[in-house]
Design a protein. Structure first.
Lengths: 269, 352
């Protein structure tokens, strides 16, 4: 650094800087050049779909049918859209391990590139919601209070007031929203995975969804501070009451027993 | 029960050491009264230095309590409300809440601990026996009271002046009616308001997220939307009263999947509008499972089948979920055909 700083007044310094700037501009231009983009895009798109079809044949076709038409083991995938694939495969729910009341979130086994290929293939079967751009779900600057109101109207009945999740019928449940990628929250609202109803843009706008994501980040994110300390699962009066009865009352009884178990007499018997 | 299991303090004391009344067995009471066990002294009763130490301990506890109260006030003044700290093992917590809780807890605990220590070591601990005595008053007193009562009755001439007696009884019986009449202030009777909602012919369905009227194309299959009648405003004084009955759940089901004929007739191309109020005790229900079309109530797990006329399939609810008949108006928005055909919400006496 010192050498560089010492030579900044060299007569050729300006020339060197100019050359670097030119090279950077040229390089960037080649990288982002729109030349032949339409053709390239189309071939790339076709290639992606082809790759996706191969992945689909191996990983998905046994349940969803060879053309995505669905079987008795899995629903049809025509028209579910790329967003549904990105959510289901991106959270590890698909491919499912076993039939049951609900397919749980688990380790993701496909890379994001493979997920995109699968999504492109499924999207080619019928029009559906697309994978949202980061612009759509980035909660920066969204209205957290409005999001809270929307969350309580639309989501809290199943996912609880701060998104801790809850039980549904016959073994189904609404999962916790803690640590879920904003993109996946957005896609879930958009597509309605499994038994969750969908909240399309026509009834819950993109702006509304952003507000909801911002609210979740505020009350259930990594940096969320619980003003009361122990949240006890955030499930409300049941866990709080249980804690109070067991530990609060238990401590009082233990102290009372301790006080009366010791004699105050001088002559210990 | 063997003698080992009897706690020591329940065993009879040795005759010589016992103080208090000791009675020997006689024919009427075959068991001798052992009397109280001998009184034993505490170290503080014998040793004045120990008593002084106890006094200082109690005073110290009370002083700590005072300091904790001062710390409570200081924390309330000094700590900003949104400051967060990390406390093991609780985790991140509001510094203010933590400080207030700890100081107030300490202040109260020290008062209690001081009082207990005071009572155990310094207050008198001599056992005192209170003999039982009959509750009955003596025959002389009772006879006197009866005589007084009869004399009073005779002097008041209540037995002879029947008119006074009867009007007095009437007056005493009437007075409580004043209190009963005041119950009228509990409000006007509900009248027929439990049977009706704001919904009426031509009322548009307004999306509660966007506050815009809903078009059929807005409602996708498998989606869930909440709606209220057009014209309802959050700032109206009776908004809560109305929304408690008007709230709707809008879902779209493939017409082929709808099993109930009337439900299909009352829908618009599979878009059905059901009351959001549980027919059990009126909780808002909207735990909708889009694959099974079941709606679950979070309060008592009543489950309704939205694909079969809102039929109750589980739980304590007594009535199917009321459906609102909807159609599309001339301007292309979803609107109600009429009010609900039956009262929404929980059953009531006159519902029939």
């Amino acid at each position: 650094m010192k050498k560089l700083s010492a030579r900044r007044r060299h007569p050729l310094a300006a020339l060197v800087v100019l050359l670097i700037a030119l090279a950077a501009t040229g390089g960037l231009y080649t990288a982002f050049a729109p030349a032949d983009q339409a053709v390239a895009d189309e071939t790339a798109q076709t290639l992606t779909i082809e790759e996706g079809k191969k992945l689909y044949a191996v990983g998905c076709a046994s349940c969803h049918g060879t053309g995505g038409q669905g079987t008795t083991d899995g629903p049809p995938l025509t028209g579910v859209g790329a967003a549904a694939v990105d959510f289901q495969v991106g959270t590890g729910r698909m491919p499912a391990q076993q039939p049951g009341a609900q397919v749980p979130k688990k380790k993701v086994i496909y890379s994001q590139a493979q997920i995109d290929q699968l999504a492109a293939y499924i999207a080619s079967l019928g029009a559906g919601p697309e994978i949202p751009t980061e612009n759509a779900y980035n909660p920066e600057g969204a209205d957290i209070a409005e999001g809270g109101e929307l969350f309580r109207t639309n989501c809290a009945q199943c996912h609880n007031f701060t998104g801790k999740g809850g039980a549904l019928s016959e073994g189904k449940y609404a999962p916790t929203l803690e640590g879920v990628d904003p993109k996946h929250i957005y896609e879930a609202m958009q597509t309605g995975p499994q038994n969750m109803p969908s909240f399309p843009d026509t009834t819950l706008s993109e702006e509304n969804k952003k507000d909801i994501i911002a609210y979740l980040e505020a009350v259930n994110g990594d940096d969320t501070v619980e003003p009361g300390g122990l949240s006890l699962g955030g499930l409300g009066p049941v866990s709080e009451g249980l804690f109070g009865w067991v530990f609060g009352l238990g401590t009082l009884i233990a102290v009372a027993v301790w006080v009366t178990a010791r004699t105050a007499k001088a002559k210990k018997s | 029960m063997s003698s080992q299991e009897i706690p020591e303090e329940n065993l009879p004391a040795e005759q010589g050491d016992a103080h208090g009344a000791v009675k020997v067995a006689d024919e009427k009471n075959p068991f001798a009264d052992p009397g109280l066990p001998p009184h034993e002294h505490r170290i503080q009763d014998i040793d004045e230095r120990a008593a002084k130490r106890s006094e200082r301990t109690v005073a110290l506890l009370f002083t700590v309590s005072m300091l904790a109260t001062i710390a409570f006030i200081a924390a309330y003044v000094a700590i900003p409300v949104d400051k967060a700290i990390y406390v093991w093992p609780i985790g991140h917590i509001s510094a203010l809440n933590f400080a207030l809780g700890m100081t107030l807890g300490l202040a109260l605990f020290c008062i209690g601990a001081g009082a207990v220590h005071w009572a155990r070591t310094l207050m008198s601990d001599v056992e005192v026996a209170d003999e039982r005595h009959p509750i009955e008053t003596s025959p002389e007193v009772r006879a006197q009271v009866h005589a007084d009562f009869r004399a009073g009755a005779a002097e008041s001439v209540i037995g002879r002046r029947k008119l006074i007696r009867n009007t007095m009884l009437g007056a005493l019986a009437m007075v409580p009616l004043a209190g009963v009449v005041l119950l009228r202030d509990l409000g006007p009777l509900p009248g027929t308001s439990l049977r009706h909602t704001t919904w009426a012919k031509g009322k548009k369905l307004v999306n509660m997220n966007t506050m815009e009227p809903l078009r059929p194309s807005d409602v996708a299959v498998g989606s869930l939307t909440f709606a209220m009648p057009d014209g309802l405003d959050e700032h109206q004084h009776d908004f809560q009263k109305n929304i408690a009955k008007d709230a709707l759940m809008i879902v779209r089901i493939q017409p082929d999947d709808i099993k109930d004929k009337r439900e299909l007739e009352w829908s618009h191309e599979g878009i059905v509008a059901f009351s959001k109020i549980c027919t059990h005790v009126g909780c808002p229900i909207s735990l909708y499972e889009q694959q099974t079309h079941h709606v679950l109530c979070p309060c008592h797990q009543s489950t309704f089948d939205l694909a079969d006329g809102g039929r109750v399939i589980f739980g304590p609810a007594g009535h199917a979920l009321p459906q609102l008949r909807i159609t599309v108006g001339e301007d292309g928005y979803l609107e109600a055909v009429s009010d609900f055909a039956e009262p929404v919400g929980p059953a009531f006496w006159e519902r029939g």
